[in-house]
Write a new protein. Structure first.
Length: 561
């Protein structure tokens, strides 16, 4: 405090305060404060200041929660946190931990045969052979894999995005031409640099990127989401001076956003849905924005229900709060841009600052291919990593990976040129037609099914009040179908692909027949295995930790010889 200010305070005529109604209170407060400061020790003052700071921080925390989630929402979150913590502590007790581990091992033993297929005819190769195999020996070894139990790719929800045998042959040929190409060294592989830049440019054009818009290729949708969150965090760190970072996204947002928050030390705040439309509740998004918010996210469409969020309203909110807005169009990719009368969701919406699009989904490019797009280079730069003092020299990479397979970019580039706009328009029409056929069929059986929201893209999510929907998932598995089980709320979805057109009629028949059988025979409420048991465990606060252990065990199996 300056000397002039101190003198001004001393010389102020406190009697003037009497003109205000609160003058007596103010004078009394000032007198007591002055007495407290002059009579207290420095240690006592320091303790009291610390106490007030902590109390103020706690009050601000409570106020923030009440504003964002309301009284009942805050109490619900508090209850779940305490309840979950209690059971986590119980599971850590030696007497309980052993019992839980035995139960987990039993369940994992049931899961293992579905992951690791054993066959006496298979030749195992757990160590390097003393002498390398010849090409004929390699081909013979590969041929034995034909005995594996393969899924019918026409009976899959999503998973395989097949563009036809001719395209696959072209991709294999182009991939072979650039097997050794590394995008980390554009000076050595200038053709790959050109291909990658053209892939980004073509996708930007599809999503109406304005002049100056830009992007990079990535290894998939998850990396694209990781990078947009990283860029938002670093932008806020450098331009706003923040040290804590929050993302506001729908509960239906892809789990890649959860992964980004986990990896990059950010806090993800999930916004609820409008349960009629299954779109994110934009009023809730407004409430959830705080001083540490660095990114808003919407989906076009979301993975669970195939619903396109109201991107235009999210844009208004983003602009009003001067925040970046990311649109996750990884699943929509090369279908959503061709939906007739679809709501505007791309760079034509002024508040949209970044978009992710998976070229390896409905773009039919080889797996491991996605694009992250930005409205301007300024934001893109914050996803880069640059090291200027490494002993190995200057190091800079645009994405999370260092070395990147140039063959994938070449395969993606060739795919986009092969398909062209007319090819994608045709495939989108057929894919959307299959999805519409499924929607219409389910609507014909309101006693068996109900559809979540009003999906217009390739995904149809449905539930039932007539039976446990997870029993239907298990019944469909027995008929060779691989659908996606969802939770919160319980549902199943089917993501139509280009191949679904060959199996959609059989899918409808099997769905209706299986549903009617469940209604006639009833559901086994005591089922201890299968989809219902797994999601029952995952959906319970007290057993969520067990579900996590099962998921970890599942991943372990992927690398078990």
């Amino acid at each position: 405090m300056s000397a002039d200010m101190i003198n001004a305070v001393k010389e102020f005529d406190w009697n003037q305060i009497q003109t205000y109604e609160v003058s007596a209170f103010v004078r009394d407060f000032v007198a007591k404060l002055d007495s407290y400061i002059t009579t207290s020790s420095k240690l006592d003052l320091a303790k009291d200041v610390a106490f007030l700071a902590i109390t103020g921080h706690f009050i601000a925390f409570i106020e923030d929660y009440l504003i964002k989630f309301g009284i009942f929402g805050s109490l619900y979150k508090l209850f779940n946190t305490i309840y979950g913590y209690i059971f986590q502590c119980l599971y850590s007790l030696p007497i309980v931990r052993g019992t839980v581990k035995k139960r987990i091992d039993i369940e994992l033993a049931k899961i293992e045969p579905g992951i690791i297929e054993r066959n006496e005819k298979f030749v195992d190769n757990f160590v390097l052979p003393k002498k390398g195999f010849s090409r004929s020996e390699i081909e013979k070894t590969i041929k034995q894999f034909e005995d594996f139990k393969h899924a019918d790719i026409a009976k899959l929800s999503g998973t395989v995005y097949h563009g036809g045998s001719q395209l696959r042959e072209l991709q294999a040929h182009v991939y072979g031409m650039f097997t050794f190409a590394n995008q980390l060294h554009p000076d050595c592989f200038p053709e790959i640099r050109k291909m990658e830049s053209e892939v980004v440019s073509m996708v930007l054009d599809l999503y109406h990127g304005p002049k100056g818009s830009c992007g990079t290729t990535t290894s998939g949708g998850t990396e694209s989401l990781l990078l947009t969150c990283l860029a938002a965090r670093e932008y806020a760190r450098h331009n706003r001076g923040l040290t804590e970072f929050e993302i506001v996204a729908p509960v239906t947002v892809h789990a890649g956003i959860d992964k980004a928050a986990h990896y990059f030390g950010m806090k993800l705040i999930h916004a609820p849905l409008n349960h009629r439309t299954m779109k994110v509740d934009t009023n809730a998004v407004k409430r959830l924005i705080g001083p540490n918010t660095v990114l808003l996210v919407g989906s076009a469409p979301n993975f669970p229900h195939g619903i396109i969020d109201d991107i235009e309203k999210l844009s208004d909110i983003a602009i009003e709060n001067n925040l970046p807005l990311h649109v996750d169009a990884c699943l929509g990719s090369f279908v959503v841009p061709f939906i007739p009368d679809a709501p505007i969701f791309d760079f034509r919406v002024p508040g949209v600052t970044s978009i992710s699009c998976d070229t390896h989904k409905y773009g039919f490019a080889p797996k491991g291919s996605s694009v992250i797009m930005y409205r301007s280079p300024e934001l893109r730069r914050y996803q880069y990593f640059v090291s200027t003092d490494w002993t190995g020299g200057l190091y800079a990479s645009p994405t999370l990976a260092g070395s990147r397979p140039g063959a994938l970019s070449a395969g993606c580039w060739a795919t986009l040129l092969y398909m062209g706009r007319s090819g994608y328009e045709k495939s989108a029409k057929e894919i959307l037609g299959s999805a519409a056929k499924i929607r219409d069929a389910l609507k014909c059986h309101p006693d068996l099914f109900f559809i979540y929201g009003e999906p217009i893209a390739s995904v149809v999510a449905f539930g039932s009040t007539a039976f446990n929907i997870y029993d239907l998932d298990d019944a469909m598995k027995k008929k060779g179908w691989h659908l996606n089980a969802l939770q919160n709320p319980p549902a199943i979805h089917m993501a139509a692909t280009y191949l679904t057109k060959t199996s959609v009629d059989q899918l409808i028949v099997d769905l209706v027949e299986s549903a009617k059988e469940l209604v006639a025979n009833g559901s086994d409420a005591s089922a201890s295995s299968g989809t219902k048991a797994l999601y029952g465990v995952a959906g319970s606060v007290k057993t969520a930790n067990v579900a996590g252990k099962l998921a970890e065990g599942f991943i372990d199996f992927l690398y078990k010889p």
